[in-house]
Design a protein around this ligand. Sequence first.
Ligand SMILES: Cc1ncc(COP(=O)(O)O)c(C=O)c1O
Length: 289
Amino acid sequence: MRALSPQLWIKRDDLCADPMGGNKVRALEFLLGGIAHDERIVTVGSAGSTHALAVATYGKRLGAHVVVARWTQEMNTAATHVAERLVREAEAAPLFRSPAGAYAWALRERLQGARWIPAGGGSPLGVLGHVNAGLELVAQIDAGVLSQPACVVVPLGTGGTAAGLALAFAIAQRDIRVVGARVVPRIVARQGRVLGLARRTARLIERMASAKLPRVRAHMLDVAHETYGGAYGRETEVATHAAGQLRASSGISLDGTYSAKAFALALSLAAREPTLFWLTFDSRLLSGS
Ligand SMILES: Cc1ncc(COP(=O)(O)O)c(C=O)c1O
């Protein structure tokens, strides 16, 4: 990172698990908890949803039958690779023209007894995985692996990742701002929605731990709207350029839907404050194998 900016750090969350890492796997630690062999699981997502691929990959490893209802999206190289892999990993992955069709199909599965995993894994239970990820970073700071950044930049989709990290920093009482680089329409990714998810997750932990937690305050969570490309999955010039710089300096590849946009933002923020780029996309998915 130093070759690009002296105040820029990267958290390689793409390497948090094998064979597929990244943020979506963090949530599955809880969402797939207690899954029975031969259980049926249903989730929904866009055609090249990393979340859906993570559910299919790890659900199958646990002996479950995973079905995914998808809707069409604007495609790019990474989304195409993920979609191809998803079709191979899931037992069924029908593609609908709109989310409404996909949700209706998924509802029928749920009524027949399939375990439901929400889009993006963005429920309080799933967010627990991102809280743990944030606490892992705090432990790394305390161990002297890196100095405390002023902000952590993460792509913002359903908001579970940003909510969990912000809650972790509140719990650990660290003055680290979470900056979400919006990659989906504004109606899905709003600050109020992410704060609400963090609040519901805090309540879940409080019920389990019988303890009172600090809340995530609005100043601890920024949403950057300028990163959005005008459609989910649409690449932006600034993000593609920044991703090229990272690839040239470190060999790390980013995807055009999420991580390249967050990285471009992190690079610009690092010019004025210590910034940590949270890498959520596992580029091993780009190998096509
Ligand atoms: C690679 C990647 N990064 C970031 C995100 C956004 O995470 P969240 O939905 O928790 O906001 C996603 C969501 O699909 C993702 O696949």
